[in-house]
Ligand binder design. Structure first.
Ligand code: ZN
Length: 493
């Protein structure tokens, strides 16, 4: 099971027409030669072979999360994120929409997904044995595209350079770890023609270099002596250099005996100062920081525009008509711009279509950004959805548990923003709603609110959310409410 993370049942298309629903039970499943025990067998429903997704994914080390409000299943495994919406033929693979030939469904408490979708999106090889009624799945071979043929360390006075030579350029995934500080480079689809090993250095900057080849990738670990500055060059080429120590790539030890001040750090500091000076906040707001949280992102698409039958609406190209994560981001960026124009410091939890960790981790990370930076206010931007296409309007969620840290409560913040926001959307005023259990309201240390600007499932609301001028008005309205709150805070401080 080492190679397979995502496993799906794949049946030959011809089989679908041959086997009746009854006969389809009891199908055996083999993955890379091993028989897999399934709590519930795959089944054929309406000529489509359906797989109980949860059972399967949980057998294979994938992360499965169920979003009841959105009727969505989020599956995360290795580098693949899949979002299925029950009853919808549109699924998302790594944030990109894909049309299914059959919609996922719920049957007797099981979420079933059509396997054809999977077979078209993953490179597994599948064969069917009609005699034993068995499906054989062979995971794709991860072919190495490059090979590490040399790792060497060049010690200098001001730094030590680690040079990694590859047969083909592969951009490494670079991470760091602490205690002891390590720089870790993972080269995907790269083999290691030198044997796994390590090299202990009695060096000022690096204590040890280790390298090993794993299934499908090779890893080089550079353990440094304490936390060291480092620079990487040549990423994506066949010659990668990691300079550990004082930034400049000086390996010539024959001169330069004098220890010079750390140029790069100095330059860095000057740059930071310049960046801070560029933004001159109004004196009353200068100690305040507003966090704008664009809800969802990446594989977490949020709500979708749907018709009265619950079918996802698509544009002329077959793409979803409107996706919540995109509207949220558009509004959030506009709010940021409005605030920054007035010299107000703003921090975004995301400013692109990104997502990390599980859903829960992702939400907690948003709170941590605000908490760690001592934010004054936290405003999360969302849009709503409902089963009924008639549900319409603008509302703001707050938490009654907020007791007025920073001189304002979550409720007051919501009350300050709501009139401006509803005026901007022109939609029904649904008021403020106490939602103390929303993760971003519960786990933020400062007054926080969550805006639901409108419903993606309502035609009237969609017209607003798809109109860039209206989004400008919304951002202006929210910014006005935030500034009103900041003035209240300034007065109370
Ligand atoms: Zn949302």
């Amino acid at each position: 099971m080492k190679k397979i993370i995502l496993i799906f049942l794949l049946l030959a298309a011809s089989l679908v027409t041959v086997i009746s629903a009854q006969a389809a039970f009891g199908i055996k499943l083999y993955i890379d030669g091993n028989e897999i025990e399934c709590e519930v067998s795959p089944m054929i429903i309406n000529d489509r072979t359906m797989v109980p997704v949860r059972v399967l994914f949980e057998n294979f080390d994938a992360d499965v999360e169920w979003d009841a409000a959105a009727s969505q299943v989020h599956i995360t495994a290795r580098e693949t994120d899949i979002v299925f919406t029950i009853g919808s033929k549109i699924a998302f693979v790594n944030g990109n929409n894909v049309t299914l030939d059959a919609a996922p469904m719920i049957l007797r408490d099981r979420t079933l997904v059509p396997i054809r979708f999977v077979s078209e999106n993953l490179g597994c090889k599948v064969s069917w044995d009609d005699v034993t009624k068995s499906v054989f799945i062979t995971s794709p071979e991860e072919e190495a595209v490059s090979d590490i043929k040399l790792i060497e360390a060049i010690e200098g006075k001001k730094n030590t350079i680690v040079r990694i030579k590859l047969t083909e350029g592969v951009a490494p995934v670079i991470t760091t770890a602490s205690a002891p500080f390590r720089i870790i480079l993972d080269f995907e689809k790269t083999s290691l023609s030198i044997k796994d090993g390590k090299n202990h250095l009695s060096d000022k900057y690096i204590t040890e270099i280790r390298w090993a080849s794993h299934d499908g990738y090779s890893r080089v670990v550079i353990e440094t002596s304490g936390e060291q500055p480092y620079e990487i060059s040549g990423e994506g080429t066949s010659d990668v250099e990691i300079t550990v120590g004082n930034g400049t790539a000086d390996t010539d030890s024959s001169f330069d005996e004098v220890t010079e001040p750390e140029e790069n750090e100095e330059q860095e500091e000057q740059k930071n100062q310049a960046a801070q000076e560029e933004l001159v906040p109004l004196p009353e707001f200068e100690n305040m920081l507003i966090v704008i949280d664009a809800g969802h992102g990446g594989k977490d698409v949020g709500a979708l525009a749907k018709d009265e039958n619950g079918e996802t609406l698509v544009d002329s190209n077959g793409n979803p008509l409107l996706v919540e994560k995109d509207v949220n981001l558009a509004i959030s960026l506009k709010i940021r711009d409005r605030l920054q124009e007035k010299g107000i410091r703003v921090l975004m939890t995301r400013d692109d279509d990104s997502f990390t960790g599980t859903n829960k981790e992702n939400l907690m990370a948003r709170c941590e950004i605000a908490n760690e930076n001592n934010a004054t206010l936290f405003v999360s931007v969302h849009n709503n959805s409902a089963v009924s296409p008639k549900a319409t309007g603008t509302e703001i969620c707050y938490t009654e548990e907020s007791t007025g840290a920073n001189g304002i409560t979550s409720k007051e913040l919501a009350q300050n923003i709501l009139p401006y926001l509803t005026e901007a959307t022109g939609l029904t005023d649904r008021g403020i709603v106490n939602r103390p259990n929303l993760v971003v309201l519960k786990n933020t240390a400062m007054p926080a609110v969550l805006l639901e600007c409108g419903f993606l499932t309502c035609e009237t609301d969609r017209k607003v959310l798809m109109d860039d001028n209206k989004l400008n008005d919304i951002a202006e309205g929210v910014a006005t409410g935030i500034i009103k709150s900041m003035k209240q805070i300034a007065k109370n401080m």
